[in-house]
Write a protein that binds this ligand. Sequence first.
Ligand code: NAP
Length: 399
Amino acid sequence: MGKALIIGAGGVASVVVHKCCQNSEVFEEICIASRTKSKCDALKEKLQGGKTKISTAKVNADNVDELITLINDFKPDIVINVALPYQDLTIMDACLATKTNYMDTANYEPLDTAKFEYKWQWAYKKRFEEAGITALLGSGFDPGVTGVFSAYAMKHHFDEINYIDILDANAGDHGYPFATNFNPEINIREVSAKGSYIENGKWVETEPMEIKRVYNFPEIGEKDMYLLHHEELESLAINIKGIKRIRFFMTFSQNYLTHLKCLENVGMTSIEPIDYEGMKIVPLQFLKAVLPDPASLGPRTVGKTNIGCIFIGKKDNKEKTYYLYNVCDHQECYKEVGSQAISYTTGVPAMIGASMIITGKWNKPGVYNIEEFDPDPFMEALNKFGLPWKESFTPDLVD
Ligand SMILES: NC(=O)c1ccc[n+]([C@@H]2O[C@H](COP(=O)([O-])OP(=O)(O)OC[C@H]3O[C@@H](n4cnc5c(N)ncnc54)[C@H](OP(=O)(O)O)[C@@H]3O)[C@@H](O)[C@H]2O)c1
């Protein structure tokens, strides 16, 4: 049916490629393009021979002209951006120039400022509308499935949703003293930033890890979780009717936090360049180079993730509570696609989001967050492609 250009060849991209090959009716042809072509070739080597035709290319996605040349050569129906958030705008520019649909899993963040927000990408809305192409923002798990869950809850269970708590638990154990489950630089920038949530239309800022709760997660058990700033709060507060408060919590072990604090205290998480033997280096980028590659965690990670949303709102003037979540097993993911659950829970929704656009189920020119589309075909595809969801009408609540 269609062709996808996949940019990036890391942990998430690997799952996207596996899943596109499982859905060959939609993805007849894919091109894997990244900075290090050998990683693209390794993926091709592993997966070629099935119905989906695979090619590879080298591209520097910071360079719009290189991207335009690649897109004009391959002529994809969509570009799936699973490189890093720093490349979002250059890839969107190339999509505009070539009138090609766009999709990503993380919102734009400037390299020199650890601050992610949607304003840069929302600014493309009119130009995408005029070009007649769709940009789907945030089609991973969080953001991504959390937005689809919210749209589904709104469509089927509520007249208005007043409170959303997004809970992201990872009970996986990789056996290393310290490692991150996806790109270490992006991950540490996210968790060492100030926390924030939205209440009554305003952002409330907290110190990093200031707000802690303990939650008893289905199939995982009790975990410490901490309030973080997270990008989908910004769009959900606008797109879901009736929001009074929306928060995001992620679980961290005491061991992870102790290591992170120590690294912060010695300056290793800083993004300010320093002089080192005549060179400028960014401490956080150096730290990334010495930490285990997230893609290598697959074989050694055991345990499960549980990510979902608790909604409190009104239906027919009565207060109602609803919890939608997915539980994913690290080893099951590894057996299926050779990756741990964090890459899996991001890569599966990325493939599904792209398939929604290629099949025409989600076509509307402009720039949209995922909760602005009909959630039903996506929810169906989650069950089909490895991320089945569960629901509860009597969940424990977070105070
Ligand atoms: N929404 C969610 O739920 C969610 C969850 C986790 C991750 N994510 C997002 O998913 C994305 C990928 O994460 P990951 O863990 O797969 O990261 P990763 O393993 O570090 O992979 C990133 C890939 O992008 C490539 N790349 C980086 N800069 C590039 C450039 N200028 N030109 C071309 N390719 C470039 C890298 O190439 P090299 O191999 O040369 O380094 C690498 O192959 C990130 O944006 C992350 O924020 C989203």
